[in-house]
Design a protein around this ligand. Structure first.
Ligand SMILES: [Zn+2]
Length: 336
């Protein structure tokens, strides 16, 4: 697999020009078969009301009712010793304690027994594109940085998992199999079919995020701390990317979340957005709820992947591919 990937990368590099954004992922010569209809019927969704998503000590759980408070204790991941939450090192073995703790409101949905969560994102105004913290890695199509206002929306707390895709579509096209891993090898067109079936099952209007919504959420919305990557300036704490992925995807929500409690917006898999791609679009983008050019040849995707260098996983990094393109590092995240 590794040799194959390196070969693909080499081909991509040979084929690429500096402005050929489509070639960044590497190309796959043989397309997979078209997705076919799933068998059986989908049960309606069961919205669970006010739900809190709790990311604590490296794992994600859901509770209902009152907002959970910060725990008083933290378990040592090395020896299981209980330590006070204010401690930084285990009193028994001295290991560094993992204390990531984020609570965010999230609406929880169930489809055919598979649970997924949508995080409300309060609307606001932000600077989109090549802002100063993005450094010298920026490409021309990230310029100019420009002010954008987005209305409130919800976005998937994680990338769409293989178990969710399976529950809706009745198949799993992914190269790297695992129920909690992100689905990949899905084209933009495949995603539209997935959304149609998901909406038929839930009575909701799930969709792909616009590129502006995606970047606003990746930057932490109104809670943004202006990080280079989604949730940190230290990419290894928030992203599966080339240097730490072992050349494969990883289960979602196994790195730290960003300011809004959203996972993996940097790395793991690229995420399709709704918009057509325009390399000069930022120069003429409307300032309120931009939805991309009115036509085009490529659809935007964002966030970089397990196969990407750190610079490609920045919050303003962009890429685009043909709507029928599938690859082993390209998936999606829901918006609502
Ligand atoms: Zn310990």
């Amino acid at each position: 697999m590794k040799r194959y990937l390196l070969f693909v990368l080499l081909l991509a590099l040979l084929a690429a020009t500096p402005f050929d954004v489509v070639a960044q992922k590497g190309r796959k010569t043989k397309k997979t078969t078209k997705v076919v209809s799933s068998k059986g019927t989908l049960s309606p969704s069961q919205p669970a009301g006010k739900t809190w998503a709790v990311y604590s000590n490296g794992s994600l759980s859901f509770t209902m009712g009152a907002k959970p408070q910060q725990p008083s204790q933290v378990d040592c991941s090395s020896c299981n010793q209980k330590n006070t939450f204010s401690s930084n090192f285990c009193s028994n073995c001295g290991a560094k304690l993992k204390k990531d703790f984020i609570v965010c409101e999230a609406e929880r949905f169930t489809v055919n027994g598979v649970i997924f969560a949508m995080v409300p994102v309060q609307g606001g105004t932000f600077t989109m594109g090549a802002t100063s913290e993005q450094g010298s890695d920026v490409w021309d199509h990230e310029k100019p940085a420009h002010k954008v206002t987005v209305s409130s929306f919800s976005i998937g707390q994680t990338e769409v998992t293989q178990e969710l895709w399976q529950a809706v579509m009745g198949n799993n096209p992914s190269e790297f199999k695992g129920a909690k891993r992100p689905v990949e090898k899905v084209s933009w067109d495949d995603c539209q079919e997935f959304l149609r079936k998901l909406n038929a099952a839930t009575g909701k209007h799930f969709r792909l995020p616009t590129e502006a919504e995606w970047e606003y959420a990746a930057r932490g919305g109104n809670l943004s701390k202006d990080y280079k990557y989604s949730g940190s300036n230290s990419i290894g704490s928030v992203a599966w990317y080339y240097d730490n992925s072992g050349s494969q995807t990883h289960p979602v929500a196994t790195k730290s979340p960003n300011e809004l409690g959203i996972f993996d917006m940097s790395g793991n898999v690229w995420e399709w957005c709704q918009d057509w791609y325009g390399d000069k679009y930022y120069g003429s983008s409307p300032s309120s709820n931009p939805i991309g050019p009115s036509s085009g040849s490529y659809r935007v995707n964002r966030g970089g992947s397990w196969f990407s260098d750190a610079g490609v996983c920045r919050v303003s990094s962009r890429d685009a591919d043909s709507p029928d393109y599938r690859f082993i590092n390209l998936g999606l995240r829901l918006a609502l």
